[in-house]
Design a protein around this ligand. Structure first.
Ligand code: SER
Length: 320
């Protein structure tokens, strides 16, 4: 892993994973890509950035061969709520992008990291301590692309020897780039409202419990899985990982321990509530712990303390 391409590098996970990989491997070794014109300054200044649409097979092939890429972190995808609003586009980007990445990886000998999600589960999956291997019947187009992606990555490994690895991320919480159109986005938005001194109007109900993770753990998970010895990786793709689980009511209470005046109210979005209701409350990540030593560092309390310390007070939303 020393000539790295990141797709979706301007996204919530991509912007921080790119910086972490550049710290380890050097800026020039890590090619960030995405569809932003111009790219965010932090990405543009710390190493190379290329405009890339992952549905364009020819452009992807050119980038990988020109830069002699040997590892692809394929993060470009539509998140759950926006995918549900545009299902055909979600299939085109999430599946079309992945099939292009896997084909290019097969032809150029690249390893691939593929982020799946708790969205790969559905209403028939056991919601508590969701096992690694269980019933997966997702009812969202996002979940269908994530489950298909896990299966396709394992297929490329067994059929063609492409070194594909991946995890099922829970909701990711961070203060750098905002998530774009997910069901778990409330857990980021709430901090911005709290820091602006505003009441947060939550689109999920107070008791909607979901798995979550603070970004430093999410970045570490991707890097350590890709660096792990191949031998013990029996599952390879779709590893359950989690760091904490909470409901909006519990997160608001944790924020109130720092900002006692903080208030939340609820204005439920039926689409995102239905998506959340179909996902697990808490997954069992013991297989990831056993096969590649996964361990989260940040608890709910530690995450809340760090988020509030890092987010400047009264920070305005982009465009305000
Ligand atoms: N955070 C994602 C979403 O809400 C789930 O993987 O879409």
């Amino acid at each position: 892993m020393n000539r790295i391409l990141i797709t979706g590098a301007t996204g919530q996970l991509g912007s921080e994973l790119t910086m972490a990989l550049r710290k380890i491997h050097g800026g020039q070794q890590v090619l960030a890509s995405g569809r932003s014109h111009p790219p965010p300054p932090a990405l543009a200044e710390s190493g190379p950035f290329v405009y890339l649409d992952v549905t364009d097979h020819r452009a992807l092939t050119e980038v990988v061969s020109h830069h002699r890429i040997n590892t692809i972190f394929h993060l470009a995808a539509l998140l759950s709520a926006v995918a549900e609003a545009h299902p055909q586009l979600a299939w085109q980007v999430n599946m079309g992008g992945l099939t292009n990445v896997l084909e290019v990886a097969r032809c150029h000998g690249c390893a691939v990291f593929f982020p799946s999600s708790i969205g790969a589960f559905g209403p028939t999956t056991p919601q508590d301590h969701t096992p690694q291997d269980t019933l997966q019947q997702p009812t969202t187009i996002y979940g269908i692309t994530k489950l298909s992606g896990e299966l396709l990555c394992n297929y490329y490994f067994h059929r063609f020897g492409v070194d594909c690895r991946g995890v099922r991320y829970p909701g990711l919480i961070s203060y750098v780039a905002r998530p774009g159109g997910g069901t778990t986005d409330y857990a980021v938005e709430i901090f911005h409202a709290a820091r602006r001194g505003e009441t947060y109007s939550c689109f999920l109900g107070p008791d909607s419990r979901l798995d979550m993770m603070y970004m430093p753990d999410a970045v570490r998970a991707a890097i350590s899985l890709m660096e792990a010895e191949s031998g013990p990786l029996v599952h390879r793709n779709g590893y359950n990982i989690t760091a904490m689980n909470f409901s909006p009511g519990e997160l608001a209470a944790a924020i109130r321990r720092h900002i006692p005046t903080f208030k939340i109210d609820y204005s439920i979005d039926p689409l995102r509530q239905a998506i959340a209701n179909s996902w697990p409350h808490c997954v069992d990540d013991s297989v990831a712990r056993r096969e590649w030593g996964w361990q989260p560092h940040f608890s709910l309390e530690e995450m809340v303390t760090d988020m509030l310390a890092k987010l400047p007070r009264d920070r305005k939303k982009k465009g305000e």
